[in-house]
Write a protein that binds this ligand. Structure first.
Ligand code: SAH
Ligand code: SF4
Ligand code: F3S
Length: 447
């Protein structure tokens, strides 16, 4: 039997944890399964194969996966032919140990082995085969570019521009699980975006752990600014998003390229992580608060309407009350549109996990709450400033809570809800006037 026949009529179910890179990888995993003849299952219990694309950035991300595996074990007891695969960062980190711990797992594949999936799954002995594919893959970026994607949306598309991370922030596991930075070529990325434009996609999001390091591995002077300028020439795409930005490799020239682009959105996710220089140093972030503010002032001078969001970690080892106050002060001064706040989670193998002065759980939770309280106030204030103004949004569809209200996002990535009107469809670009602003969402009317 050939590979396709073996999976004819069979169904797959994939579950994604973690960042947008994982969302994008899942679309490529789905592409592989569909090439084998698998079709999506509505419910996990109807699936012949379940793949979990996992994240190990924080303890609670891993716990969610272990919880889900418990659930899948019950399904497998009823349907012993169901295949269970673990992909993504937990797969890369734990390798075969996952199977030793949970023998119901049939295979484990790291993020740079998605192209091996067809081979693993189509083997008749895949079930119980306990295949582990996590070795270093020197062709990862070429292998990745060739993979077919089954994309969730017909309007918005993820486009990974690079793999890995070289920054080694002392708290972070990503460089260990995703390896070194390797960029896709400008040609390769442009071709993918051109195809998306031809298929009617309106918005692409360029993905990398630090998009500002794009191209540096070519050692020929190519950088993120060059990529932006190349993509700007592609007809048909309306908006280009990018994440995540890193203050260390961001140059003024790159900011100019963004400001001059007609497609690059007016949103920048620029994680600061902390307001204290001493903490930033211990985190190995490679910039000072002064430099961060200088970058941000330049960004805002070039793109006055830009929405800036950030990530913050609270309770990093050695964080004193004074240092915590510095982060609170920074939030009030810099005024991010929103901030994702995380409690520091020690990751085995990272330098910070071995540092002294770990902060107790009660203090971490109290500081988290204080950060959120200050940020929520700032977010609301900034959203209130949008009241009465008109914004262009790309329509994403009906809201989950109330299907008569639809929503879309501004260039700045702010979500605006509006009452549905006949004739509107997903992907339309419409103008809405904001009438009420809340912390997380805005409401408006079509005009
Ligand atoms: N490459 C991106 C972020 C990737 S991880 C960047 O450098 O900005 C996303 C966020 O998770 C980080 O910005 C950080 O705030 C948080 N994070 C990473 N490791 C963490 C840890 N061990 N504990 C708590 N938060 C963490
Ligand atoms: Fe992690 Fe730092 Fe790399 Fe971001 S830049 S992925 S936080 S090591
Ligand atoms: Fe998580 Fe891996 Fe992304 S650890 S945040 S899924 S790169």
């Amino acid at each position: 039997m050939d590979k396709e026949q073996l999976s004819m009529g069979k169904k797959y179910y994939t579950i994604t944890y973690g960042c947008q890179m994982n969302e994008s990888d899942t679309e490529r995993i789905n592409g592989q399964l569909e090439e084998l003849g698998y079709r999506p299952a509505e419910e996990m219990e109807d699936a012949d194969i379940v793949i979990m694309n996992t994240c190990s950035v924080r303890q609670n991300a891993e716990e969610k996966v272990y919880g889900k595996i418990g659930e899948i074990k019950k399904l497998k007891d009823k349907n012993p032919d169901m295949l269970l695969g673990i992909a993504g960062c937990m797969a890369q980190e734990n390798k075969g140990k996952l199977i030793e711990r949970m023998p119901i797992i049939d295979f484990v594949i790291g993020p740079y082995h998605i192209h091996d999936l067809k081979d693993i799954v189509s083997k008749e002995n895949a079930r119980g085969g306990h295949v582990v594919k996590t070795e270093r893959n020197p062709h990862s970026v070429e292998d990745y570019s060739e993979l077919k994607s089954v994309r969730k949306s017909k309007i918005f598309a993820w486009v990974p521009i690079m793999q890995g991370c070289n920054k080694f922030c002392t708290y972070c596991i990503v460089p260990y699980v995703r390896g070194r930075e390797i960029s896709r070529t400008i040609d390769d990325i442009s071709n993918e975006i051109q195809t998306l434009a031809d298929e009617g996609y309106k918005e692409v999001t360029l993905l990398g752990q630090n998009v500002n390091s794009y191209g540096l591995d070519f050692r020929n002077g190519t950088d993120f600014g060059d990529l932006i300028r190349a993509i700007d020439k592609i007809d048909g795409i309306e908006r280009v998003r990018y994440m995540t930005s890193h203050p260390r490799d961001m140059t003024f020239e790159m900011i100019d390229a963004m400001a001059e682009s007609s497609k690059v959105v007016r949103h920048m996710h620029l994680p600061v992580q902390h307001g204290s220089n001493e903490m930033l140093k211990k985190m190995n972030r490679g910039y000072t608060i002064e430099h961060f503010k200088e970058l941000l002032s330049y960004v805002r001078s070039k793109m006055p309407d830009i929405v800036v969001t950030t990530d913050l970690i609270t309770g990093f080892p050695g964080e004193t009350e004074e240092m915590h106050q510095e982060t609170l002060a920074l939030l009030k001064e810099v005024r991010f549109d929103s901030a994702y706040t995380f409690i520091y989670s020690p990751r085995t193998g990272t330098p910070a996990a071995r540092m002294e002065d770990q902060i107790d759980s009660d203090t971490k939770h109290r500081r988290l709450q204080e950060l959120m309280d200050v940020e929520n106030e700032v977010s609301l204030e900034l959203n209130k400033e949008m009241e009465g103004k008109t914004y262009s949004i790309i329509v994403e569809g009906p809201s989950k809570q109330d299907p008569m209200n639809w929503y879309g996002r501004t260039s700045g990535n702010k979500m605006i809800l509006f009452p549905y009107k006949e004739g509107i469809s997903v992907g339309d670009i419409v103008d809405v006037k904001v009438d009420t602003a809340q912390t997380w969402v805005l409401k408006g009317e079509l005009i």
